[in-house]
Design a protein around this ligand. Sequence first.
Ligand code: AKG
Length: 275
Amino acid sequence: MRLSAEELASGKLKPETTELAVQLIRINGYVLFEEVLPRTQVDQLNCHMSDKLANFMTKNNFTLEEGFHDGTNHIGLYLPFEKPFCEESIIANPFVLPIVEQILGSDCLLTYFASNTSMPKGTKPQKVHADMGARFGDQCEANLPITNLIVNYPLVDVTLENGPMEVWPGGTHLHPDKWYSSNAHDKSVLAEHMHSFKAVMPAGSIMIRDDRMWHRGTPNGSDQPRTNIAMIYSLAAAIHRPGDIQIPQETYDAFTERTKRLVRNERIGVPVIES
Ligand SMILES: O=C(O)CCC(=O)C(=O)O
C-alpha cells in the first residue's frame, strides 16, 4: 500500500492506516508501505552497505563466480550500530513504531540489527523457511501469539530480476507451533503447491512481517547486490536474556527516551561490532 502525501509530509500515520496495517499483519502475515524513506538516505545507506559487503566477501574469500552459502549467494550480515544505519528514522521509524507497538506492546524491544543481501550470480533459492524456531517443539498444537516482527528496508529497487524475497502470506504465520519444529512437514515441498509472490518494491519501502510467515531468498540475476536492512522487534515478555547489539554510550545518550527504551536490553556502552 502507499501512504498518503499528508502522512508522508507529517511523519504520522492516520489512525485508519495504522489499523489496516495491524489487521493485515495479523491476518495476512505482512504489510508493505511502498517508497517511504527518501532516496538520498537510501542511497547513502546502500553505499555504506556495499562497503560492508565487500569487506565480508574479502574476509571470507568468497567469489560470486564460485558461489557460497549453498549456491544461494545470500549474505546475512549484522550491522554495526553506527550512522547511517542506526539513525532514529531507521530504528524508531514513525511509520513503523505505532504498528509494532500495537501488536507487540509499547514496552517492545529492538532485538536484532542486521541485513540480508542476495548477491549476483546465485544459482539456487534458499529453502522455504520461517524465521522463528518452535518454542515447544512437537508438543504444542496451539496457534501461539506473535512474539517477533521483522522490519525490512530494501536499499535498492527490488525487481523480479534481482533476487526478491518470495513470501507465502495468507496464513502460514498462523500455524500451530509444531509447524516450526525441525520435524514439521518440509515447507519447501508444500510451498511448491501453495500461493506465493515475489515481493518486488521500490527502494526505501518498508515491509513489516510476522517472523513465522514462510519465505525464502531467491537468486539475483542482475549485476548489483540486492540489499535489505533487517531488524527485529520483540515482545518484551518473550525475551529472557540480555541482547547482543553493541551500542556505544555516546550513541545511546543521543537517543530520545523512546528509542532508549527500545534498546534497553542491549549491550549499552560497548563499541560497535567490527565489520
Ligand atoms: O532475500 C531475503 O532478504 C530473505 C533472506 C532470508 O530469508 C534469510 O536469509 O533467512
